[in-house]
Design a protein around this ligand. Structure first.
Ligand code: ZN
Length: 448
């Protein structure tokens, strides 16, 4: 095939797992490289059953859970696999944001291949590696790009634009090829605190009259989940905290800095202290310098923010600075009315010590489960029922809604739209722009 092509090696009819290969003459670059969270992956690998660290590529290729790309994987990761090691034939990987489904397979990549990320994402990945022992991204030739500053890789030009998403430092890209521009949205929304960034990106995308729009469609098609704006979440949390004098609990995504700010602001307004895990405290401290001074709360510097001392035998060295002033279950049990505790599902055994009064609120500030027989959801409700806690669902999605997506496609008006990161590519037909619902591993030419 002559001329530039785009090949989807993941994120096809599934939410997450984006792996997009763009080739133009001798140039080959990838956008995102993360694992699928699709049911197909979970047929073979689940929480407690993972590929062997000594032969990860072999174990994933067994079930076709990774693409067979020459000159991409490291010699070490390829151990015992039938894909032979070859020196780099991919000339760069651009990572849109720090979520696992976009960055989680970087550790398999040849360390000589440049990995392009925003400065904030680099910081965030570092903080995650330090505070989550199971999360490793590997050694790389990291290249930091600046907002809206073009990056040249061979004959290709990539312009990263910041967009709003449920993790900070998320980007969409304009990719200028020899035969027109490809727009890749990454994951995005336009109802969060950085909506203006998304609008600026989409305006720049429309101005290119792109040949291809690679757009995420997490919420395309039927979407029964209730969604609020970030302000809506704040109003809801305010209401719950005003209701009663007992300990309030909340759970959210660990990297959703916007949500942590919302919980912090709501707790302050209700004259409560927000209590977070050492891991969250570390993450906030690491990303705070990337935000306007004082806008991200930091333990030790911001009033009304403390760390929860979980009951455990051993602490890691990185936790030490956060644990010296940490608050234990006894304090939260005796003066619950003064606190809002952010507690992850994996730390629910703490409830046995916390024993909040029956009827105390539990704010689920995460997406509602995608399937009806979600195990985590069932376990969560078993615990809440056991302790008689009142469940409140309050979440603002990280993704644009179905109707917004159609409007965006019309506004950007590409020659072809390629829906990815979605279970419902057909839902994009309603926009009236020609849709190419991509097949896994098929190269698409930019020509009409
Ligand atoms: Zn994603």
């Amino acid at each position: 095939m002559t001329g530039p092509t785009v090949t989807f090696l993941g994120g096809v009819r599934e939410i997450g797992g984006n792996k997009i290969l763009i080739e133009d003459g001798p140039d080959r670059i990838l956008f995102d490289f993360g694992p699928s969270f699709s049911p197909r992956k979970e047929q073979f690998y689940v929480d407690y059953l993972q590929p062997r660290s000594a032969s990860p590529v072999q174990d994933l290729l067994e079930f076709e859970l990774l693409p067979r790309v020459d000159g991409l994987y490291s010699r070490e990761a390829l151990m015992d696999s039938d894909l032979p090691y070859r020196p780099p034939e991919v000339h760069g990987i651009f990572v849109s944001h720090a979520h696992a489904d976009h960055a989680g397979y970087l550790k398999l990549v040849d360390p000589e291949i440049p990995v392009y990320v925003g400065a904030g994402t680099r910081r965030l990945l570092d903080a995650i590696e330090t505070s989550t022992p199971s999360m490793k991204y590997g050694e790389h030739d990291w290249r930091i790009f600046a907002d809206r500053a073009p990056v040249r890789v061979g004959g290709l030009e990539v312009v990263p634009y910041p967009v709003d998403h449920s993790v900070p430092f998320a980007y969409g890209f304009l990719i200028r090829t020899s035969e027109g521009t490809i727009v890749y949205t990454g994951d995005f929304r336009q109802h969060g605190p950085r909506a203006a960034d998304t609008h600026a990106f989409l305006a720049a995308a429309a101005a290119e009259s792109p040949a291809a729009l690679l757009i995420e469609g997490t919420r395309a098609g039927p979407d029964p989940r209730r969604n609020l704006t970030e302000t809506g979440v704040r109003d809801g949390v305010d209401r719950v905290l005003g209701e009663g004098p007992s300990l309030a609990l909340a759970c959210t995504y660990p990297r959703d800095v916007d949500r942590l700010r919302t919980l912090y602001d709501a707790a302050r307004a209700a004259e409560r202290e927000l209590v977070v895990s050492a891991r969250t405290a570390h993450l906030l401290a690491e990303v705070a310098p990337m935000f306007p001074s004082g806008s991200v709360p930091v333990v030790g510097r911001s009033p009304g923010l403390s760390v929860y001392a979980r009951k455990k035998r051993r602490n890691f060295r990185w936790e030490a600075p956060y644990l010296s002033e940490a608050i234990g279950a006894d304090v939260l049990r005796s003066r619950g009315d003064r606190y809002l505790l952010a507690l992850d599902l994996m730390h629910f055994p703490e409830l046995i010590d916390l024993r909040p009064p029956r009827g105390s609120p539990f704010i689920h500030s995460m997406s509602e489960p995608f399937s009806e027989d979600d195990v985590d959801d069932r376990v969560l409700h078993n615990w809440l029922d056991h302790f008689g806690l009142a469940f409140h669902q309050m979440h603002a999605s990280g993704h644009a809604s179905g109707p917004e997506l159609l409007e965006i496609v019309r506004e950007v008006s590409p020659t072809f739209v390629y829906p990815i990161h979605t279970e419902h590519p057909e839902a994009f037909e309603a926009a009236g722009t020609p849709v190419r619902s991509p097949a896994l591993g098929t190269p698409y030419s930019l020509a009409r």
